[in-house]
Ligand binder design. Structure first.
Ligand code: PLP
Length: 397
């Protein structure tokens, strides 16, 4: 008789985005004349940048010619892309060996699949609120999860508690959903803690391109000793608009050793066994995103979204609404006004301003009372949304 993985019974159904969609559909049916502005889902809206498009086109042409056609590629990614990523990290003062870089179809897959390397009896430390993938992928494997509170008191940047024993630690900076960013000193404290516990730090840098202050680290490997305890996940989704194009990468230092084993070699083995690589065409597009021109264009794209978050921040400040993030991040994490809970505020904003955001409760217990707005929309719609929010919240205060 087939036996299922019983741990799937522990998973809560993910109602967040389906609940949002249901409420938005009901509102839209009741008020077809109202133009809804969506500031909820963290997807980008700008098209791929010219350097990427041109490279994708050339790669398509190569596939049309027998002399340049490519079939299966290396599971870990083509050398040209691993070299381009290696060169990108030199900008942050990080020296990597191309063999430490593994190209994938996005950070979500790697964040989920990395759990293959660790036994089920590891204890996992995860911040709350959180990007839900870390929680669900560990529940699927039956691991014990300890939550650490991220809240207004610690600026949504929880720090290690030496009393707490753990084996795996997830950190995301700049953070989804709160937009909070760890400083160099704070990450150094996490590295000390991980080394003291023989724990592995799983660092999600998906939003690194939004960091606009040279004193803040883009990569965990900017910190000494991180190569002995950390794995980094990153993605072209938010940096270069690849949410639908799909490309990311994971960095596993060769100097990281666990119980005498090399996670770098284990991941190489795992990918070679279970993954057949990212399409050649996409990898050429990704390579272009890391070229001089590509990085410049990507920075322009990020600047466009950051202009939105600046308008959003300025509006909330004017309305006397307290918020986190929105500076080195596309996300603003606002306190719901008048102590509304996050779903009540969701309905209030939808009913009275036809704006859709994401209720903080969807990201964990500490998300209650908060609301996530994204700067990934178009500038005119963001302006319009902020005018609506300003008149609504000024009226309410
Ligand atoms: N990590 C965080 C924190 C995210 O918010 C997201 C996507 O929203 C991802 C990873 C996934 O990125 P990708 O599109 O590369 O799978």
């Amino acid at each position: 008789m087939a036996k299922i993985n019983q741990h799937y019974r522990q998973l809560k159904d993910s109602y967040l985005f389906s609940d949002i969609a249901r409420r938005v559909a009901a509102f839209s049916q009741a008020h077809p004349e109202k133009e809804i502005i969506r500031m909820g889902i963290g997807d980008v809206t700008l098209p791929l940048m010219p350097s990427v498009i041109s490279s994708l086109h050339s790669a398509v042409e190569e596939m049309a010619d027998a002399s340049t056609f490519r079939g299966y590629g290396p599971e870990q990614g083509y050398g040209f892309l691993r070299d381009a990523i290696r060169a990108y990290y030199v900008r942050f003062g990080v020296q990597l060996d191309p063999d430490e870089i593994f190209v994938s179809d996005g950070a979500k897959s790697d964040l989920g699949n990395i759990t293959d390397l660790f036994s089920a009896d590891n204890t996992v430390l995860i911040p709350d609120p959180v990007y839900p993938v870390y929680v669900d992928t560990n529940l699927m494997n039956g691991r014990k999860i300890l939550y650490m509170n991220a809240n207004a008191e610690n600026g949504f940047l929880p720090m290690p508690d030496p009393e707490v024993r753990t084996d795996l630690i997830y950190l995301c900076s700049p953070n989804n959903p709160t937009g909070a960013v760890y400083t160099r000193e704070q990450l150094a404290a996490w590295i000390d803690y991980a080394l003291a516990q023989d724990a592995v730090l799983l660092f999600d840098a998906a939003y690194e391109a939004f960091i606009g202050d040279s004193s803040l680290p883009h990569s965990i490997f900017e910190l000494p000793d991180a190569k002995r305890c950390a794995i980094e996940f990153c993605s072209l989704s938010k940096t270069a608009g690849f949410t639908g194009t799909r490309c990311g990468y994971t960095i596993i230092p060769k100097t990281l050793k666990i119980e005498g084993m090399s996670p770098n070699r284990m991941w190489n083995r795992r990918q070679a066994t279970k993954f057949n690589g990212v399409p050649y065409i996409i990898q050429r597009g990704a390579e272009a995103a890391f070229s001089e021109e590509g990085v410049r264009q990507s920075q322009e794209m990020v600047a466009y979204y950051k202009k939105n978050t600046a308008v959003m921040a300025e509006t909330l400040e004017r309305c006397g609404v307290h918020f986190f993030g929105g500076v080195h991040s596309p996300y603003l994490w606002m306190e719901c006004p008048d102590r509304m809970d996050s779903w009540t505020f969701f309905d209030y904003l939808l009913e009275n301003a036809a704006i859709v955001g994401t209720p903080g409760a969807g990201f964990g217990i500490n998300g209650e009372g908060y609301f996530r707005l994204t700067g990934f929309g178009s500038q005119p719609k963001t302006m319009e949304a902020m005018q609506r929010i300003a008149s609504l919240l000024k009226g309410a205060n």
